[in-house]
Design a binder for this molecule. Structure first.
Ligand code: NCD
Ligand code: ZN
Ligand code: ZN
Length: 430
């Protein structure tokens, strides 16, 4: 099967190529990237006016299977990924049961392989049942294919135990993905602590809840030498701490989620649980620091933290509803609209943060458009203006505060392992 992508703007961080070229896919691999390719192909895609980037890699999603299929399944999550331009996704282990042994890693991996072409790399838990008391079977999980370990949903509060896990991760040459939240400081908080939480009479979450664990985990990475990736950074001081770690030469990387740079706590107008996520939406000052951190290369990755929940769960009062919003099908639009279109990031930097850097963190041979590589590709129309409509999502989760937002930038096609897994058909509503 040959696919020829004509007239696109090829943006490839691996080769630093940014220009108008054609790209030919042959037998699941990229064969050549040149001007005026005239080879016969089974399918020709006209990418005029579009960006052609390496397929996006999301280091942080929640697929909810096994056990929480009413929120999302591996299948619906993979469809949402394809629609969002993602060719590789890393599901977190906070399912029911928790992914804390080799069999469960294999269960997700095998099921995903049967279902389609999106590359699904499972993350294993740090402790058994994510209970924080006893280490999970980390070595066996890595041998079964786990790409990283994480306790996402909470922090491992026992620093001694976490340090042991880090030593094993270091030995097995995998990164630790850290959810940073001091359990003893949260105090039932639901949104950012400040004027808004007082106005809405809701318990608040201070920045320090995140920052103290970011600092601790960086110091643990220093002591163990483990590759530490800090999930969903939301505060100004998180950015400063990551900057400190990088200046000290530590193997630390960090991610920012679109909602944390696209909205502030002031966007919460009423008690609507679609605005409830962990960490919470922060202040303008924090958002500015996150955007600058992304621009300046301190923050390496944009990941979605796609966290689907059912309508019923999100209809509950703010204090009772679960934390989390969906993100796979809005990430490109929000990144394009808020960062690229506004000049914070170049398209090349976007490709770095959504594909090239995640591939490097995982140590996988993807995230590049170089001839010879696996053909994982996303085509993005940077100029299409439309409204986000949750009813069009492939995800079961419709929980997002961005429904109805007017955005600029859409995914027109996604190709994984040389196969077209999504092609935009309908025009979006203007
Ligand atoms: N981010 C969230 O608000 N929720 C996530 C857990 C997590 O990422 O910490 C979830 O699993 O729903
Ligand atoms: Zn988390
Ligand atoms: Zn998460």
């Amino acid at each position: 099967m040959k696919i020829l992508i004509k007239n696109g703007r090829i943006i490839d961080p691996a080769t630093k190529l940014d220009g108008m070229y054609d790209l030919l896919i042959n037998n699941r691999k990229i064969e050549k990237v040149e001007t005026g390719i005239e080879d016969k192909a089974d399918k020709i895609i006209d990418a005029s006016g579009c960006y052609v980037m390496p397929g996006l890699i999301d280091l942080h999603v929640h697929l909810r299977e096994p056990g929480l299929e009413h929120k999302e399944t591996i299948e619906t999550g993979m469809k949402a990924a394809a629609r969002g331009g993602f060719t590789t996704i890393c599901p977190m282990p906070n399912t029911k049961p928790v992914i804390d042994n080799a069999d469960r890693v294999r269960f997700v991996t095998n099921k995903a392989k049967q279902l389609g072409e999106v590359n699904v790399l499972q993350i294993g838990a740090v402790t058994k049942g994510q209970m924080g008391a006893e280490l999970a079977d980390i070595e066996e999980m890595v041998d079964a294919g786990a790409c990283a370990i994480s306790e996402d949903g909470k922090s491992v509060m026992d620093a001694g135990l976490y340090k042991e896990a880090m030593k094993i991760a270091k030995k097995k040459n995998i990164p630790v993905f850290a959810h940073c939240e001091d359990q003893n400081m949260v105090g039932g908080g639901v949104i950012n602590a400040g004027v808004k939480s007082e106005e809405l009479d809701l318990p608040g979450i201070s920045n320090a809840v995140e920052d103290v664990i970011v600092a601790r985990d960086i110091l643990l990475a220093k002591e163990t030498g483990v590759q530490l990736h800090i999930c969903h950074c939301s505060t100004k001081d998180s950015v400063s701490l990551v900057r400190f770690a990088k200046e000290a030469g530590l193997p630390v990387t960090a991610e920012v989620c679109p909602h944390h740079f696209a909205m502030t706590v002031d966007d919460i107008r009423e008690k609507d649980a679609n605005y409830k996520m962990n960490p919470p939406l922060r202040t303008k000052e924090d958002v500015e620091a996150l955007k600058e951190g992304l621009r300046d290369g301190i923050m390496d990755v944009i990941a979605t933290d796609h966290a689907p929940h059912s309508k019923e769960e999100k209809m509950l009062p703010m204090e009772k509803a679960p934390f989390g919003i969906v993100g796979l099908e809005t990430a490109v639009a929000l990144t394009m609209t808020v960062l690229v279109d506004k000049g914070y990031l170049t398209p090349m930097q976007m490709a770095e943060k959504m594909s090239y850097n995640p591939a490097k963190i995982l140590g996988i041979d993807r995230g590049s458009l170089e001839p010879g590589k696996i053909a994982d590709i996303v085509i993005i129309d940077p100029n299409e203006v439309y409204q986000i409509d949750v009813e069009k999502f492939a995800s079961k989760g419709k929980n997002t505060p961005f429904n109805g937002w007017t955005v600029k930038g859409s995914v027109t096609a996604t190709i994984a392992n040389g196969k077209i897994i999504y092609m935009q058909e309908e025009e979006h509503d203007k």
